[in-house]
Ligand binder design. Sequence first.
Ligand code: NAI
Length: 317
Amino acid sequence: MSDLRFDNRVAIVTGAGNGLGRSHALLLASRGCKVVVNDLGGGATGSGKSSAAADQVVADIKAAGGEAVANYDSVEDGAKIVQQALDTWKRIDIVVNNAGILRDTSFQKMSPEDWDLIYRVHVLGSFRVTKAAWDHMRDAGYGRILFTASAAGIYGNFGQANYAMAKLGLVGFSNTLAIEGKKKNVLSNTIAPIAGSRLTETILPKDITDALKPEYVSPLVAWLCHESCEETGGLFEVGGGLFTKLRWERTEGKLFKLGRAISPEQVQKAWGAITDFGKATHPTDITNSMQPVLGNLQSKSQGGNEFIDVDQALGFE
Ligand code: NAI
C-alpha cells in the first residue's frame, strides 16, 4: 500500500496552534500538504489573542521540511483565512474545522454570553470558513471538509448545554453539505474526538490526558481528507486508539391507522413497542426515514391501492 500523500493540496486547519489542530496540521504537512495554520492564540475560554501558537506550529512544520503559513484571524472572520490560502497558494482543497473553546457551566448558571460565544466560535466560525471555501471547492470539483463535534453533543454532558448544542449542530451541518457537495466531489465528515489537551486537562486525570495523544486522532482526519477517500456524511468517534463510525438507529415503533384520533392513552399503551429496539432499523436519509409514514398514508387512501412516489411526495423530483 503506497503512502497517502497530499502533494499540491492546500489545507486550512483552524485552531491549529495547540492540541488536535496542531497534530492534524503537522501530519498533513508531513505528507506534502501546504497548510494554513490558523489560530487566534487566545485562552481556553475564548479570552485574548496572540500569534505565538500559530507561529510555533509553522516553525515546526518548516523545520521538518514542510510548507505552512500562519494565520491569526478568528474563525468568525473565516473569509480572511480562506483568502490567505488563495493569496498564498491559489487554491483551497481541505478545510479542517477544529478551532474551539469551552464555557462550561450548569444550564442554571449559563449566561447568554456563554451560549453565544460557544455558538459563534464553533458553529458560526465553521460556517464562515466553510462558506468562503465552498464555491472554490465546487468550481474545482474537489474538496474535503471536516467538522469537529464531540461526544458531549452526541450524548449530552453535564455543564455543556452550550457546547453540546454547537457540536451536534455541526453534525447536521456536515450531513447536509455531504448531500449538497457530493456531485461536485466535495465531501464532508464529522469527528467526535477524545484527546488530552488544554480543553480536557481540567476535566480528566493527568495520566489519562497524557495517554490520550492528539496524534491518535489525526490519522483519521488525514484519511477522511485524502482524495482517495470517498466517505461523506459520516460521523466518527476517535481517540485513544479507537476508530469507530456512528449511525442512527430507530425502533420499528408503532404505526397507528390514520383517519381517526390518536389518544395519549394509546401512546401510553404502545410505549413498549414505540421504544423497543428489537426490530430496529438504520435510516440513512430523509426518504428512507419517511418510508413507514408514506406507507401509512398509502394504506389509508383507498385501502392501499393508491401509489405514492416517495421522492415526488417529498419534493425531490
Ligand atoms: P485546544 O484548546 O488545545 O485547541 C483549540 C485551539 O483553537 C486553540 O489553539 C485556540 O487558540 C484555537 N481557537 C479558539 N478559538 C478560536 C477562534 N475563534 N479562531 C481561531 N482559533 C481559535 O483544544 P483541543 O482539545 O485540541 O480542541 C480542538 C477541537 O476538538 C475543538 O473544537 C474541541 O471542541 C474539540 N474536541 C476536543 C476534545 C478533546 O478531547 N480534546 C473532545 C471533543 C471535541
